[in-house]
Design a protein around this ligand. Structure first.
Ligand code: DQA
Length: 148
């Protein structure tokens, strides 16, 4: 059974109470529950994790890459700073979809560049928590196409 890895970076553990006008009111646990239900309905398994530590995210990307399993990543602020995350993604065979709750291009200039984007299969941003569901839909559709 394919596993979809959903990786969340720094401060995303605070979703729900963190700047709700920007990130919405859903908690990470709410998002995980929604994705778990979608994955169950499609007979794929879900590995949903969050870390405030860059190296831990690198390790998880490598782990998914070794298994050639797809990744959805919201790297939070590391998106804008982390060459290590970009290298980890480039170094794996894993298919990566980058997600941001907010539209980073409509925000401060320092958020406009993401090191992840150039290494990602696609990017979903600005749709709040729905972005994670859209990313799962994209992965499920990729899986269905590659199974044909
Ligand atoms: C974010 C956008 C980043 O700029 C920010 O640092 C985050 C969350 C988003 O989901 O919109 O932590 O990745």
């Amino acid at each position: 059974m394919t596993t979809i890895h959903v990786l969340n970076g720094p401060n995303l553990n605070l979703l729900g109470s963190r700047e709700p006008e920007t990130y919405g009111t859903q908690t990470l646990a709410n998002i995980e529950a929604k994705l778990a239900a979608i994955c169950k309905a499609h007979s794929v398994s879900l590995q949903f994790r969050q870390s405030n530590h860059e190296g831990e995210l690198v390790t998880w990307i490598q782990e998914a890459g070794r298994a050639s399993e797809p990744i959805i990543i919201n790297a939070g602020a590391y998106s804008h700073t982390s060459i290590a995350l970009m290298d980890a993604i480039k170094g794996t065979n894993a298919r990566v979809i980058e997600v941001h709750l907010s539209n980073i291009h409509a925000r401060e200039p320092f958020r406009h560049h993401s090191y992840i984007s150039g290494a990602a299969r696609g990017i979903i941003m600005g749709f709040g928590a729905l972005g994670y569901e859209l990313a799962i839909t994209a992965i499920l559709s990729d899986i269905a196409i590659s199974a044909k």
